[in-house]
Design a protein around this ligand. Structure first.
Ligand code: 6CS
Ligand code: FE
Length: 300
């Protein structure tokens, strides 16, 4: 096997037009290589076992206020609303997600380089990292619609050419996450199973999938099997807390019909040793604002 084969061979096949299948993850979750940083051994152990861990109070209340003001500024700006990087809700037309915010927002550009954030990502992935995707998910009260069950890595592999699940996501709550306002549900331990999905990727799939994902979601019987085997937990916590989760974590959320928004900043870090190649199950890579092609390592 040559070096090129190692990165381009498909160890996580999906969307090949056949049925779904469970494949065992062959890659680590917490990677060796970076020995110091803000994450404790207990947190890294939890992350390895469950596929996620929570850091309460990662941002102070004053910082939450600053980011909340930034979110309001961005969601109200007519230029931002008209930008292709803004995704609106299918039925209500409310803002759903703003992409590439680590480039369009000064405060978020600083946040991804903050040692509390960057050094934890480096510890988990065992290397230098860069931002594969960033977004603000607005999830307004009454009109916020959820995300059906999925593994992010399945999409990043199929549509962005990410070779292995050596990526980690951080979701920082900007509003309180209650059990009732559309909070994220996760299946602890299911990150070790890769669900190879049925179907094929339609052209320009991202134009609809970012509002409602239809391909790359496991079949109900797959979700049932994983749900009974691993159980389901929900991320709740005050504004400022952060959920760190593995790229292959099985997760989803319900609609938010309460008056309380559930807004969060969502950053995906990828290892510089896991740079995307050609998509594994799509004709063309998605645009840069959804899947970065600038893979230079982040520095403080
Ligand atoms: O497309 C993405 O990159 C992300 N969004 C959705 C709705 N599913 C996969 C992944 O989480
Ligand atoms: Fe997701």
């Amino acid at each position: 096997m040559t070096v090129a084969d190692v990165t381009t061979q498909d160890r996580y096949p999906t969307r090949r037009g056949t049925g779904s299948a469970f494949l065992e993850r062959t890659d680590p979750v917490v990677w060796p290589g970076v020995s110091s940083g803000p994450a404790t051994a207990a947190e890294l152990g939890e992350h390895d076992r469950d596929g996620f861990h929570v850091v309460p109070g990662l941002l102070s209340p004053a910082e939450v206020q600053d980011y909340w003001r930034e979110l309001e500024r961005l969601t109200r700006d007519p230029e931002v609303r008209a930008d292709e990087r803004t995704v609106v809700e299918k039925h209500s037309g409310e803002v759903r997600s703003l992409f590439e915010v680590h480039r369009t927002s000064g405060p978020i550009a600083r946040l991804v380089r903050d040692p509390r954030v960057l050094d934890r990502a480096r510890q988990i992935l065992g290397s230098d990292v860069y931002v594969h995707q960033s977004r603000i998910n607005y999830m307004p009260g009454f009109k916020g619609t959820g995300f059906y069950w999925h593994s992010d890595f399945e999409t990043w592999h199929a549509e962005d050419g990410m070779p292995a699940p050596r990526a980690v996501s951080m979701s920082i709550a900007l509003t309180d996450n209650h059990p009732f306002n559309g909070g994220l549900m996760v299946m602890p331990g299911a990150h070790r199973t890769y669900v190879s999905c049925a179907g094929r990727t339609p052209g320009d799939n991202y134009k609809s999938s970012l509002r409602e994902q239809k391909v790359g979601v496991p079949a109900e019987e797959d979700i049932t099997r994983l749900g009974y085997e691993h159980g389901i937990e929900q991320f709740t916590g005050s504004a400022g807390s952060a959920l760190w989760f593995d790229s292959n974590t099985m997760h989803g959320s319900g609609n938010n019909i309460t008056p309380f928004p559930r807004s969060n900043i969502f950053i995906v870090f990828n290892s510089v040793h896991n740079r995307p190649v050609a998509p594994f199950a799509a004709r063309r890579p998605r645009p840069e604002f959804i899947a970065a092609r600038d893979t230079a390592a982040l520095a403080r």
